[in-house]
Design a protein around this ligand. Structure first.
Ligand SMILES: [Zn+2]
Length: 283
């Protein structure tokens, strides 16, 4: 158990009709909240780091928290770098101990996306690190990747089939109408596209832009084949609000108090999502 890649946890989730939550952390407190919430619910979990977070703290620091927090964990935990466009960063993450990586070459032409993704698969083949790749363009801002509404486009199902046929991915992230950040208006999810891509590829799908989707939308997407659900923006709010609200209410200059409140807010948000995605009791 404990630290592993996401291959078998996603395959089990896909087979049994639930999804593994992938939660973006930004520091030790948020990583601890994610792992503790999953542990209490006996759920497999994916700790996700943006490239920005990795570069802010350094590879070794982030990995040392992970090692320490998973040593006693009785659940499977993966550490995954989210939306990475830089092969060098992926290489450094693998060397530091990340168990899973996302190569996001979705902004490149199709053939170039395949070539770069294959390069990452070649790098990970011998070290047991799982790989996620993206096709299409998901609207919104994630890390340093900005996709404007007029540039966003859904994944083409024929290209998706070819992409997954040529590449042995552990997880596939086709753009299906979800958005990064906060939704402006009702999201338009291409359910038929999710269904078709899931059927034609057989690969566990990742649902990006999870924050703000309704419970019913989550259930439908998971039922259609989304085995990994990414939650980032919601945790950014819990992180800041958990700390700030405590301080505004109590005005005590003891940083450990608002940090504890922040941890509790993050843990509650993570637990709520794990239960919603059906992951509780699956570890
Ligand atoms: Zn994303």
């Amino acid at each position: 158990m404990s630290l592993q890649n996401m291959t078998s946890m996603l395959q089990r989730a896909q087979k049994n009709g639930y999804a593994v939550g992938a939660f973006n952390i930004v520091d030790y407190n948020s990583m601890r909240a994610v792992i503790d919430a999953a542990e209490e619910l006996r759920a497999p979990v994916i700790v996700q780091t943006s490239v920005k977070t990795v570069l802010f703290w350094g590879y070794e620091a982030v990995m040392s928290w992970m090692t320490q927090l998973t040593q006693q964990a009785a659940i499977p935990v993966a550490i995954h770098v989210d939306h990475c466009t830089d092969i060098e960063v992926i290489k450094r993450c693998i060397d530091a101990g990340w168990t899973s990586v996302m190569i996001d070459a979705s902004a490149k032409p199709f053939a170039e996306n395949i070539r770069l993704t294959r390069q990452v698969l070649d790098m990970t083949a011998s070290c047991g690190v799982s790989v996620e790749a993206e096709l299409g363009a998901i609207v919104g801002v994630e890390d340093d990747i900005h996709v404007k509404a007029q540039e966003a486009h859904l994944a083409d199902p024929d290209q998706a089939a070819q992409f997954c046929h040529e590449l042995q991915l552990d997880c596939f992230a086709p753009a299906v109408g979800t958005a990064h950040g906060v939704y402006k208006g009702e999201p338009k999810i291409a359910y038929d596209l999710i269904k078709e891509i899931a059927a034609r590829t057989g690969v566990p799908l990742a649902l990006h832009g999870g924050t703000g989707l309704s419970d019913a939308v989550f259930r439908k997407c998971i039922g259609l084949g989304c085995a990994k659900v990414n939650i980032s923006t919601q945790l950014k709010y819990a992180h800041i609000d958990g700390f700030v609200n405590y301080h505004q209410e109590n005005k005590v200059y003891n940083p450990l108090k608002p940090l504890a409140a922040q941890y509790n807010a993050l843990k509650a948000a993570v637990a709520e999502n794990i239960k919603l995605f059906g992951g509780a009791g699956q570890a």
